[in-house]
Write a protein that binds this ligand. Sequence first.
Ligand code: MN
Length: 391
Amino acid sequence: MKTTERRPSTGSGHGGDAGKRRKGARTSSGTSTGSRTRTSTSTATTTKNKGPGTRGPLPREAREILDVLRRSKAPVLSSNGRLDGDALGSELALAMLLERLGVRARVVNDGPVPSSLRFLPGIERAATFPDGLAEPADLLVTVDCGARELLFGVAEKLRDVPIANVDHHVGNSGYGRWNWIEPRAAAVGEMVYGLVEACGVVPDAAMATNLYVSLVTDTGRFSFSNTTERTHEIAARLLRAGVKPDLVSREVYRSRTPGQLTLLGRTIASLAIHAGGRIAAARLTQAMCRECGAAPWDTQEFVDVPKSVRGAEVGLLFRELGDGSIKVSLRSEGGVDVDALARRFGGGGHVRASGCTLPPPIEEAERRVVAAAEESLAAAGKSLTSPPVIH
Ligand SMILES: [Mn+2]
């Protein structure tokens, strides 16, 4: 597996902040030995942006999975219980594709549907575990799920059902009987789009909207480094199929309550700058949530606060969880390896995006992680007092 040119991708979002596609995903896992997940040869052997979404033959793994899907009588589609736009959008679009092929699929997840995604066409068919599993299943199709245990109850309940694993996380363990892993895909929605095209199906507006939400959320509104020409090409075709980008944007990004925005404002106000401007840290406490009558809806939007400080090479979000522990989200905009940094505290993730959890109080957690980040900067020869050069 080549480690250059790899699209950012992450492991599961569980325990780390790895649920977001970020720049510079950890690549070392691709060279480990043992039961490595195969990536499709079409993407592993070319540096061009070929792959699902461009016309052309599907990789062998994808064709196998398509065959398995077509033959299945009672497939269940599922994803990481921490549902996001890619997970749900890909599931619903795949369910719609299967319907067009004459296969009735169920969608079952062990996690709630975020309020910002309740507008997705067909969302009423997404059941929440343990609903939806009364009837037997003959195939479990997982999308956007880096590890089997992230299926939570669904994995337990369907433990004897063969798995077809469709994912773009570079750290995917290949837990399926069939595995189609495309680390270069910006979103699993790109992969599902490849299946749609290979089947000669023209997406309707409902299917296209689900796929578009998958792309727009996993690329940070087409802004992360995983955004490719192909992402935009697919998006263009989805618009042609009837997607209303303004409606999607309003539902996903412009539907905050005043309390939620106040909470974001409080987080911005908490910003602290360290190491001459190279480290930015923000806080999100339970008291702030109580006072604003809101809960964080998407960690990403809060991590963007310290990450947006010009010149900051390390962005840190300290979030007090309900049990009092402190969840730290680490982002690197420079040369600091925040995977290594998070590992010092029992966490991990990727070179540019990682997470770890520390005991309370939040002040002590912040002091320890900032000190470790300063050590990393010093080790990289960076000054901790003079401001970074800003052009
Ligand atoms: Mn994804």
